[in-house]
Design a binder for this molecule. Sequence first.
Ligand code: ACO
Length: 331
Amino acid sequence: MGVKIAGYGYYVPEKVVTNHDMEKLMDTSDEWITERTGIKERHFVKVGEEGTSDLAVKAAEKALDKAGMTSGDLDMIVAATLSPDHEIPGIGVMIQNKLTGCRTIPAYDIRQQCSGFVYGLELASTFIKSGKYKTILLVGAEVQSVGLNLSTEGRDLAVLFGDGAGAFVLTASEDESDVLDSVLHSEGEYYQALWKEYPSIYVQDRISKEDITLGRHYPSMNGRFVFKHASTRMPEVVMELLNKNSVSKDEIAQIIPHQANLRITQMVANRLELTLDTVYSNIERYGNTTAASIPIAFCEALNEKRFKRGDYVITVSFGSGFTWGANLIKF
Ligand code: ACO
């Protein structure tokens, strides 16, 4: 059984937050952010007006529309996010509820942070290839803005992230498959290199005032360590996937990497001896949207005619966990 990418779409909230807007919130500068990351602006939700599942549903509706389908055609939802609307339950069921006409289909939530969409594509494709499910909505969606420390204390992380969502509608196909293969990895040894310590199962009481003062309820990161691993693991897993499938690097029309940092993307391109013509970047306009970055970049690269039907495309990610992986697509 083959897997067709029948539809794709993305949505970002209207509100644009530029680096100059960030300068008003914390001790940072457009120059610092641009030089270190390539980011010029990102989109943030208006707090209280939109949640992660709302962004997901808007992206899903576009993907369904593109596929010429309705939510009644779906027989599974796979939703990747590290920022669900609520701690319990996840956004899979929120999406099921908000998509008008959606039946009581299974709804998965997966994590895997920046690798959520790449992991999700392997999961959803495998379900379809098994023959048990025919049409799956795969969504990556994040509202990062409300969970960040938007002050000078949190500036190393706060300037990196943005909100958004992207979706694929995947269907079973008797013809050739669009989704050919995936390689996934994890290395939990480094879970504290990029994490949010609290809330934690190890803490029975409420978070103390001291913990809050120390910012243990905000995400924290060893930026240089993450940078080093991301820029090594992504080219490595691309080569692993290509070699496994006997596809040469020169046959790839476009590599869509997770959008973490323009310097990481440049390093991935350098290590693969490619240029940014082949390795896509749109981080300038969105920042790092975690699980949403790959489907947003996929849609924009397609709109920009970076690739067309029949071309080989690779999606590749690295993120907290550590988790990383790549998908080989013949779109
Ligand atoms: N504005 C101004 N100054 C800042 C800011 C900011 N927003 N953030 C940190 N600084 C300061 C630091 O305090 C430090 O000051 P000091 O020298 O006085 O101590 C100085 O800038 C330099 O900091 P470095 O850590 O050396 O900066 P570096 O060149 O490593 O860049 C960055 C930091 C951009 C975070 C980089 O390490 C990085 O991109 N890492 C990858 C992390 C990443 O992408 N994470 C996202 C999730 S994982 C993923 O998506 C792959």
